[in-house]
Design a protein around this ligand. Sequence first.
Ligand SMILES: [Zn+2]
Length: 274
Amino acid sequence: MPEAAEVAVAVAQLDRLVSGRQLAGLTVSHPRTTRAQPADLLQQFVGRRVGGVRRHGKWIVVTFEGAEAELGIHLRMSGQLLISDPGEVPADRHVHAVLTLDREPAAVWFRDPRTFGEFRVLDAGAPVAPDLFDDGVTGARLAMHAVRRRVGVKAVLLDQLGAVSGIGSYMADEALHRSGISPLAPAGELAVSAWERTLMAARAVTLESAAVGGVTLPDEGWVDLHGVRGEYAADLRVHGRAACATCGAATRRATVGGRSARWCPRCQDARRRR
Ligand SMILES: [Zn+2]
């Protein structure tokens, strides 16, 4: 599923395409896509000029000139934003929303086979914790949120409403591999230095992954706005791998906070806390 890196790719492309242009129409055809609010609330953006597009966690946030509220788009499991001319919008039953613009390329469509994705009017920014690149997100902040928590560190990294947003499963696995910490290490026992190192690693993974279009795993459908797959899967060290790409040891797998975690028992010392 798209994480900060993939969302960053979509945001950069969308920003280039739509900033300064007028939203001529916004059609949503699946009730689940606007499940958080009455669908017609989104019509307040129609006729307005796009100010810009930014990322906050895994949310795509579109701002409009003269509007306080922003348009939030969340791709969740399987959402894709794709561009085309209006005549090219496919008769695809998985296309659940279409944004039309005042000039070519005139349409951005939202395709979402599993319908977990969402369009929402945001009145106070994205409804999640600060983004992993925000200045206020530090090792100390992560450690503070983990005080007395016995869950594995990976669960704290993935909790979008907790200390930080934007980190998903592969980013957490890869960041913890780089920082040498096991995803099962009890969160409350981790030193600030280890949180800081893991956070810096998560930022580095985001930038490196976004630079090559993000990760498209075989069983997931991430593509950018032009339909191009990401290439970062080839650079993953442990996520989705039977053997560690750094040392060759067999990786281990477990469930942490209801989510799957993968790590290398040689590169990630189970006792390490700092
Ligand atoms: Zn290893």
